[in-house]
Design a protein around this ligand. Structure first.
Ligand code: ADP
Ligand code: ASP
Ligand code: MG
Length: 439
């Protein structure tokens, strides 16, 4: 059974929801994972932010606007009075839940519960649309099987056991509709897989049911060789390996949530990226093999902070790096890039929640310098960090851009450079002109 995920734009209007229904109803049994309608999660985050700041009036205003939008969706989506009534009941009940958080104390549990309502809305409304049109459809609540542990990592064992149970408990159907993004956490409260997490839900579900293929349907014809939001003339890539796609997703290619590839890679499940607006295009296929050598694509990850630690005594000082890494481990802060010299080490992080504490502990081992507002540009392709010539090409392309750090050889398919964020566009365009579009 395939798993098909549709993103926010794909279900972002009544017309698009109808297009998705046409697309999936080919008689083949499938699990369909939906995001919230585009814009909804942002509005829900806005509501939660107002409530955190105790600005209840502003929160209520956004809630009311959003609620009205959904009544209009319901009115346009269904043809029968019966379904319009059913749709209104769904919207009313979900907005009652959201409104219940505007009184009393507001905490993270409430915040996560509010942010989850977008996917609950889109899936409930879409499942009713499928039923209205006579398709054998079952609604699967993701909160019954999708789970993260106390480290916020997906609990693959729980997910596969419980999705099997949920599928068994429900009637056999052609189309199973479920939510992306949302899950329960170790304490059983509603939580999520971080922004853009519906892609990750799809591959987690795909792995749990040992799916033949996971399809990620979005608003572009596949994985492009550079970020189309910043660079002109980007081109679609027909095929990527799991490793290449994982590097690109991790280093900022927004088309895939950073962790999407891992569950698919572990179980060797092909992932295909497709365009909902242009379904006949083959899209991009991600599999174990890489189809060709050489540089394939570039991605960029913003919000990077670099920390340089100049040792008080690094020469021959074994244990120095261990001491440093232990500090990051203690504060559960992942390190992205690392670069060493005889007396100093530079590394980057994107999670600055514990930066203050980390810096204060690092000072025990050396002088510490912190640089903010940096971007990692990541160049990806098979064998590019092993064979001759690729590094030279990258540095030639970046000859006019000051580079703060370089990472080469960590894997054979990634070269990363750290630059100031205000040089990001220039960096991506230079790499595009000289490396990707030069032939
Ligand atoms: P969805 O809501 O369907 O999950 P997203 O907005 O999360 O869609 O992801 C698709 C968008 O990702 C594209 O519209 C595009 O602007 C952006 N994007 C960034 N980098 C790339 C890339 N390398 N290839 C394709 N799209 C990219
Ligand atoms: N709706 C969520 C978001 O906007 C998840 C997703 O779209 O993948 O982040
Ligand atoms: Mg997305």
């Amino acid at each position: 059974m395939k798993v098909l995920k549709f993103g926010g734009t794909s279900v972002g209007s009544v017309e698009n929801m109808r297009a998705v229904m046409q697309l999936i109803t080919d008689g083949n049994q499938k699990i369909v994972v939906l995001s919230a309608m585009s814009g909804t999660t942002n509005s829900l985050v806005e509501i939660a932010n107002y409530l955190k700041k105790k600005n209840k009036d502003a929160a209520r205003q956004v809630i009311n606007q959003l609620e009205q939008k959904y009544y209009k969706v319901v009115n346009d989506l269904y043809t029968t009075e019966e379904k319009k009534e059913k749709g209104k009941t769904v919207v009313f009940s979900i907005f009652q839940t959201i409104k219940s958080f505007t009184s009393g104390e507001f905490n993270e549990v409430g915040e996560n519960a509010i942010i989850a309502q977008g996917e609950l809305l889109s899936t409930a409304l879409f499942a009713e649309l499928m039923l209205e049109n006579g398709y054998k459809t079952v609604y699967l609540p993701a909160l019954d099987f999708m789970k993260i542990d106390s480290d916020k990592a997906a609990d693959a064992h729980f997910i596969s056991e419980n999705i099997a149970k949920v599928l068994q408990e429900n009637e056999v159907a052609d189309y199973y509709i479920t939510q992306g993004f949302i899950c329960r956490n170790a304490t059983g409260d509603i939580d999520n897989l971080q922004r853009g997490g519906s892609d990750y839900s799809a591959t987690l579900i795909g792995a749990a049911i040992d799916s033949e293929e996971v399809e990620i349907w979005t608003d572009i014809d596949g994985f492009h060789n550079n970020d189309p939001r910043f660079v002109e003339n980007t081109k679609k890539i027909d095929q990527l390996s799991f490793d290449e796609a994982a590097e690109l997703a991790y280093f900022g290619a927004k088309i895939l949530h950073p962790q999407t590839v891992l569950p698919a890679k572990l179980q060797n499940i092909p992932v295909r990226l497709k365009n909902t607006m242009n379904p006949s295009d083959e899209g991009t296929l991600i599999t174990a093999e890489s189809s060709s050598h050489g540089i394939k694509a570039v991605a960029a990850k913003d919000g990077i902070t670099a920390i340089k630690i100049r040792s008080y005594r690094m020469l021959n000082a074994y244990g120095f790096l261990k001491n440093i890494f232990e500090i990051f481990e203690f504060f559960k802060t992942p390190i992205d890039m690392i670069s060493t010299s005889e007396v100093a080490v530079s590394l980057t992080i994107d999670n600055t929640k514990h930066l203050k504490e980390i810096v204060s502990e690092l000072k025990e081992y050396g002088e510490v310098e912190v640089d903010y507002d940096l971007t990692i540009a990541c160049i990806v392709g098979e064998m590019i960090a092993e064979e001759t010539g690729f590094a030279a090409k990258v540095f030639a392309a970046l000859k006019d851009i000051p580079i703060r750090m370089i990472s080469y050889g960590g894997s054979r398919h990634n070269i990363s450079v750290l630059v100031k964020t205000d040089l990001k566009k220039q960096t991506l365009q230079a790499l595009s002109n000289d490396l990707l579009n030069s032939k």
